[in-house]
Design a protein around this ligand. Structure first.
Ligand SMILES: Nc1ncnc2c1ncn2[C@@H]1O[C@H](COP(=O)(O)OP(=O)(O)OP(=O)(O)O)[C@@H](O)[C@H]1O
Ligand SMILES: [Mg+2]
Length: 218
């Protein structure tokens, strides 16, 4: 079973957007997928309700129950877990990081967000987990901005994913309807960015980007 955690102490950085997109992508790739929402705001769970179907399965879990919920999901046959976490909640982030094979840290490439990422960097440093910052909601063509932001993040001891996600209405509109940009605009730029992120993530997690011919439910 592969476990990915979306972690960032900063609110609104894109944790739930990436969690929902990656969970839907994993389902599409044929993995029995479970999205675990540990955020009391329950945004990912609401997305699952709006979606109205169980691929991926969306489960809420308070951080103290996370390890048990993961164990249960594995027993039920889950192959891919995505954990969404709350902002400003160190204990919850810590539990998710502990469970994860790969940690993704979404971050907007803006001064306040970059400053706030130090708290997340401190948390990651005390673990030995593979963790990568994914710049999110970037201006569409801003290589210099991303290069500068990367330097700053690297100075905190964090690695940066080689791709980023631009600010695109498709991310926002699709999730508001319980879907993802990959489903609403499969040939769009947002879907292409998610596809790149997915393939790279599978490489990091040593798992194939396409598993079964068709998705299976938990
Ligand atoms: N790449 C993007 N393009 C456009 N809108 C985006 C993008 N990423 C996130 N958003 C929007 O920004 C807002 C915050 O994103 P999201 O809820 O994913 O962040 P979060 O880190 O989960 O927030 P919180 O810390 O409150 O849980 C949402 O309205 C979402 O639709
Ligand atoms: Mg969220």
């Amino acid at each position: 079973m592969i476990t990915i955690a979306l972690v960032s102490q900063k609110g609104g950085s894109g944790k739930t957007t990436l969690a929902t997109h990656l969970a839907a992508k994993a389902t599409q790739a044929g993995y029995v997928t479970c999205l675990i929402d540990t955020d009391p705001q329950a945004t990912a769970a609401a997305w699952g309700d709006w979606r109205g179907k169980t691929d991926p399965e969306v489960i809420t879990a308070p951080p103290a129950r996370l390890a048990r919920v993961i164990e249960d999901a594995q027993k039920l046959g889950a192959e891919f877990l995505v954990i969404d976490t709350p902002p400003f909640a160190e204990a919850a982030a810590r539990e998710a990081v502990k469970a994860a094979d790969v940690v993704l840290i979404p971050c907007r490439p803006r001064a306040f967000d970059l400053h706030a990422i130090q708290a997340t960097a401190d948390l990651i440093r005390s673990t030995r987990k593979a963790a990568y910052v994914v710049f999110n909601a970037t201006p569409p063509r801003a290589p210099a901005l991303i290069a500068d932001a990367s330097k700053m993040v690297e100075s905190f001891g964090l690695e940066v994913a080689p791709m980023s996600l631009a600010e695109r209405a498709a991310f926002n509109h699709s999730t508001a309807n319980g879907r993802t940009a990959v489903e609403t605009e499969p040939r769009g730029k947002a879907a292409e960015e998610i596809d790149q992120l997915w393939k790279w993530l599978c490489e990091r997690a040593s798992t194939p980007p396409q598993k079964h011919a068709s998705g299976k439910a938990l």
